[in-house]
Design a protein around this ligand. Structure first.
Ligand code: SF4
Ligand code: FES
Length: 253
């Protein structure tokens, strides 16, 4: 099987190298890259750590869809996609022969460092901006109802891989947009009954770089390898803001 891998340091992936890798049942894209690294070319740059979709470091653009390399089966990349991303300026379509080769490029919307490695600074800057930790209420115990636990779990599974950030057409255009992962995390603290700053957090996203910047393309939910649904979180936060505005206007009248 052929891998068509983007090589180089420039912002745009325009130089590619072809590698032949063996087709083994159960092989992932990460296994194939490790095979190349060990047997053909140890100058190929890519990141990984856990090999089990936990560390979030092996995100890359595979057949023009952002994915985790350790979670993506090589054989499945020879088949047509069942769904398609909403096009964005940073992810062009095509560029490979489906069924004959797998195209592997660095994640879009982030500066390339080398080959398949990108600088994650803008992603973590947005993440840091939402204070991604519990601002705990005073008191010893906080009751957490089961439906809240279940809703929280939907967001706590995030492994900070930036795959959603790279798939988002808004992140591709607006440098200051917080992006799907940071907004999902912000919402996660808004619904946490242990947090003391829930209304401050709702307000934190109340701008066009937050809740109101999203255009609900839903690429984020489609590509997320952990089943996180940032678009749903954003819709719920917008609803909370609308309800809060209605409540305030009723009080005033
Ligand atoms: S929300 Fe999903 S895609 Fe986005 S950073 Fe978290 S795990 Fe990765
Ligand atoms: S190597 Fe850790 S998520 Fe893929």
């Amino acid at each position: 099987m052929k891998l068509k891998v983007a090589r180089g340091y420039s912002k745009d992936a325009s130089s590619y190298q072809i590698y032949e890798v063996p087709e083994k049942p159960g092989s992932t894209i990460l296994d194939a890259l490790l095979y190349v690294h060990d047997n053909q070319d140890d100058t190929l740059g890519f990141r990984y750590s856990c090999r089990g979709a936990v560390c979030g470091s092996c995100g890359m653009l595979i057949n023009r869809v952002p994915r985790l390399a350790c979670r993506t089966q090589l054989a499945s990349m020879l088949l047509p996609e069942s769904r398609h991303l909403v096009p964005s300026i940073s992810i062009p379509e095509g560029g490979f022969e489906l069924g004959r080769e797998v195209l592997i490029e660095p994640l879009p919307n982030l500066e390339r460092q080398k080959d398949l490695m990108v600088d994650m600074t803008p992603f973590f800057k947005a993440y840091k901006a939402i204070s991604p930790f519990l601002l705990e209420k005073e008191g010893s115990e906080h009751f957490m109802p089961q439906p809240t636990v279940r809703e929280l779990e939907r967001y706590t599974n995030c492994v900070l891989c930036a795959v959603c950030f790279s798939s988002c057409p808004i992140n591709g255009k607006e440098l200051d947009y917080l992006g799907p992962a940071a907004l999902a995390k912000l919402y996660r603290f808004i619904i946490d009954p242990r947090d003391a700053q829930r209304s401050m957090r709702l307000e934190k996203g109340n701008s066009t770089t937050g809740w109101w910047g999203c255009q609900f393309h839903a690429n984020c939910a489609y590509v997320c390898p952990k089943g996180v649904t940032p678009n749903y979180a954003i819709a719920k936060a917008r609803k909370m803001i609308r309800e809060r505005t209605v409540a305030i206007s009723k009080e005033d009248s």
